[in-house]
Ligand binder design. Structure first.
Ligand SMILES: [Zn+2]
Length: 401
């Protein structure tokens, strides 16, 4: 029986056609699902699609710092018209060292998060010592093993109770093995206790013990630690570069075999060259000008620049973090006709792919671009509504609680 064989751009293995699946070169957590079709490919095997998505994209997205930046971007895209049903992002503060909730199993840790109005959230979840920088732990373990999220409200939460509760209940909502426990009792306007709160579990005796432990030591300082893993970022950046070779070169497999691509593969597959992992050219870009030019506070932007000696990309996370990486060091077969800019907004489910010149004209010279203006307008109203929410004083505290 003859099979149509194809080669996967990530593992470079020849496999039969039915072992391939659709891959978003720009992963979905950056809004890749809404990128133009040229950023989708079938040159990726199912195994790489799954594993690299889970562990390379996942590690990057869940890196404490990157996760923080991505959540900042999310909070600048809230729907101002519907503020009672939106959820705001939580921010990870790291693993807690000096809070010892009762009866936490030895292979579990307690991770601290902050809610939109300073609420304290403690996630008692399985530990993953292999990936200490991975906030939220190993995604497979956290799906398989039960964990518990304890949510404690602040005075301010009460003004926006439905928003706060939705932010807690939507948090990690794909992960269906999280029990959610609210560290407060809620009463209706008649003073009757509400027994069932949507998105939360009923407290067990253990939960009661842990909640009262929290209140006993409430005023003490909490010590936490955050951990970063530079290799995980490099793995992700190299994977993206390999994907862009597939997007922009007429003969991607030829480019993928050259010596510069070998550096990318060493990074992607964590192959040390004896003196540690190779550095990818460019790396984290300290150039503030590139950051300022490519930044949009509520979007992910990617600039593709033909340097004359090859192609680079600059990934900008809302102006908060910028990476510039060389994709390839040749222009042979490069199909990019001019420098291009991809602007992604996952929350609005949109992207804009235009020439860098058009982008600059819009950004620096105020030449109107309807699509871009539409993408950024929401951030102005988001900022306004967030400020209003954060400045407002709590109302009717006794009536709510
Ligand atoms: Zn593969």
């Amino acid at each position: 029986m003859a099979f149509n064989m194809s080669k996967c751009i990530y593992c470079l293995q020849e496999k039969s056609a039915n072992e391939f699946s659709l891959e978003h070169i720009v992963p979905q957590f950056l809004g890749g699902a809404y990128a133009p079709d040229i950023f989708k490919t079938r040159n990726v095997c199912k195994k790489c699609n799954n594993n690299l998505g889970l562990f390379v994209d996942g590690s990057f997205a869940r890196d404490s710092l990157i996760g923080w930046y991505l959540r900042e971007i999310d909070s600048l895209n809230i729907d101002t018209l519907d503020k009672d049903s939106i959820a705001l992002p939580l921010v990870c503060m790291g693993k807690v060292e000096n809070i010892k909730f009762p009866d936490v199993p030895a292979d579990y840790v307690c991770e601290s998060w902050l809610g939109p109005f300073g609420e304290q959230i403690y996630w008692v979840r399985p530990d993953d010592t292999k990936k200490p920088s991975y906030i939220g732990g190993n995604p497979i373990d956290s799906r398989r093993k039960e964990s518990t999220l304890y949510c404690f409200l602040t005075e301010k939460s009460k003004s926006y109770l439905s928003l706060v509760l939705k932010s807690f209940s939507d948090f990690e909502s794909k992960n269906n093995n999280i029990r959610r426990v609210l560290g407060a009792e809620i009463f209706d306007s008649e003073g009757t206790k509400i027994e069932e709160i949507k998105g939360f579990d009923k407290r067990t005796q253990l939960d009661e013990d842990r909640v009262s432990y929290f209140y006993q030591r409430k005023d003490k300082v909490i010590q936490g630690s955050l951990c970063f893993d530079i290799h995980q970022s490099r793995r992700f950046l190299a994977k993206l570069a390999i994907g862009f070779i597939n997007t922009f070169y007429d003969n991607p497999y030829e480019i993928l075999e050259n010596s510069y691509s070998k550096i990318l593969y060493n990074l992607l597959w964590l192959q040390s060259n004896g003196t540690g992992l190779p550095k990818v050219n460019g790396g984290e870009d300290p150039d503030q000008r590139i950051n300022e030019i490519t930044a949009i506070s509520n979007c992910i932007t990617i600039l593709f620049l033909n340097t004359g000696e090859g192609l680079t990309y600059t990934l900008n996370l809302g102006g908060k973090k910028v990476f510039t990486i060389k994709i390839a060091d040749t222009n042979k077969g490069l199909s990019l006709e001019e420098n291009k800019m991809l602007i992604l907004n996952k929350n609005l489910e949109k992207s804009v792919f235009i020439s860098f010149r058009e982008f600059i004209d819009w950004k620096l010279k105020n030449v109107e671009n309807k699509d871009l203006t539409e993408l950024v307008n929401i951030s102005k109203s988001s900022e306004k509504i967030l400020n209003e929410m954060r400045e407002s004083s709590p109302i009717n505290f006794e009536e709510v609680f």
